[in-house]
Design a protein around this ligand. Structure first.
Ligand code: HEM
Length: 175
């Protein structure tokens, strides 16, 4: 069941990005709408990136034995909806900002956006795996495969978010 939901999630993400880019190529919003959506874009970054940084920071605290796995799971349950809210907000607002897909940097940004969202879906599998471990297990004693998986997921998430943020800023700066 969870596998099916995840498969749906991957397809949903691809469809949402496609729709957002398609709308972006079609719509020509008036300046007031563009400005409003730029504000919504920035607010969504604060919410989405903030949630991702907070979650991965708590993962780091678990690695350093400053948090238990139970604490991390609790954090994950409360911030995941915020991360998704941010991503949905970015897809929706980006559709009104006229993305220029002829610019190679924008294409890289969209690849980073896709990576962030796909990684978010893939992380639900990691969450299930962690839920099978004892609530107070230290990071250092979990199976090496799961340890690597945790680090990899966090690195992919942060690399994807920051790539998209930096390119978004660069694109605006050179306009
Ligand atoms: C993880 C997801 C995303 C992040 C972190 C992100 C980040 C950013 C940032 C930091 C800016 C610069 C805003 C400013 O300095 O004023 C920006 C602008 C922009 N973003 Fe995104 N973005 C994301 C997703 C998207 C998506 C999905 C689209 C379109 C489908 C999009 C289209 C645009 C466009 C067209 C601009 C330029 C706006 C302008 O200057 O008028 N972004 N983004």
């Amino acid at each position: 069941m969870a596998r099916h939901r995840r498969a749906l999630g991957y397809w949903g993400v691809m469809l949402a990005l496609y729709l957002s880019l398609w709308l972006g190529a079609t719509l020509a919003p008036p300046p007031w709408l563009h400005a409003t959506m730029l504000f919504a874009h920035l607010a969504s970054i604060i919410i989405g990136l903030g949630a991702a940084v907070f979650l991965e920071y708590n993962g780091l605290l678990w690695m350093m034995r400053r948090r238990t796995l139970a604490d991390l799971r609790h954090t994950e349950r409360s911030v995941s909806p915020l991360a998704w809210l941010g991503i949905i907000g970015l897809f929706a607002s980006g559709a009104f900002l006229q993305p220029n897909l002829e610019d190679p940097l924008t294409v890289i940004k969209m690849a980073a956006v896709l990576l962030v969202a796909m990684n978010g879906i893939a992380m639900t599998r990691l969450t299930e795996e962690l839920a099978r471990l004892p609530a107070h297990v230290p990071f250092a004693t979990i199976p090496p495969r799961v340890r690597l998986w945790c680090v990899w997921s966090a690195v992919v998430s942060q690399a994807g978010w920051w790539t998209a943020v930096v390119i978004g800023m660069l694109n605006t700066a050179v306009r």
